[in-house]
Design a protein around this ligand. Structure first.
Ligand code: HEC
Length: 121
C-alpha cells in the first residue's frame, strides 16, 4: 500500500515544482529586454535610469509608485495614452506613446521601472 502511493506523491510533487518554476519565471522582469526597448524607443533621451533629464529618473518613478495599488496599470495607461507631461521648464506636451509588437513588452518595461531601487521623488 505504502509503496503504491509513492510514485503518485512523487508525480504530484514534481508537477507542483514545475508549476512553481513556471510561475516565477513568468513573473520575472527581463531587465535587458526592458532596457533595450527603452533605448530603441528613445525613452532614454528624456529619462536616465537614476538621473533626471527632461523627464524624471526611472528610479524616482519607482520611488513614487512603489507599493501603490494599481501602479502598474497606471503606468501602462500613461504609456499607451500619451497624456500631458510636465517638463522642468513648466511647459506641457503630450508624452510619447510607447509602441511595442507585444503588450507583454510594455508590461515588462513598466515592471522593470517599478523594480528599480527607489529614489525619493
Ligand atoms: C521628450 C521627452 C520624453 C520622452 C522621449 C519620454 N518621456 Fe517619459 N516623461 C517625460 C516627462 C517630462 C515626464 C514627467 C511627466 C509629469 O510629471 O507630468 C515623464 C514621465 C514619465 C513616466 C511617469 C509618469 C507618471 O505618472 O509619473 C513614465 C513611466 C515615463 N515617462 C516613461 C517613459 C517611457 C517608457 C518612454 C519611452 C517610450 C518615455 N517616458 C519617453 C518626458 C519624456
Amino acid at each position: 500500500m505504502k509503496l503504491a502511493k509513492t510514485p503518485l506523491i512523487c508525480a504530484l510533487a514534481s508537477t507542483a515544482l514545475a508549476m512553481f518554476i513556471f510561475i516565477t519565471e513568468a513573473n520575472a522582469v527581463d531587465a535587458d529586454a526592458a532596457k533595450a526597448l527603452a533605448k530603441k524607443s528613445n525613452c532614454l533621451r528624456c529619462h536616465g535610469i537614476d538621473k533626471d533629464k527632461d523627464g524624471p529618473a526611472y528610479a524616482k518613478i519607482s520611488g513614487k509608485y512603489q507599493g501603490m495599488a494599481g501602479a502598474e496599470e497606471k503606468l501602462i495607461k500613461h504609456l499607451a495614452s500619451g497624456e500631458k507631461a510636465k517638463f522642468p521648464d513648466g511647459h506641457e506636451e503630450d508624452h510619447m506613446i510607447l509602441k511595442a509588437d507585444d503588450p507583454a513588452d510594455i508590461k515588462n518595461l513598466v515592471d522593470w521601472i517599478l523594480s528599480l531601487p527607489p529614489q525619493a521623488p
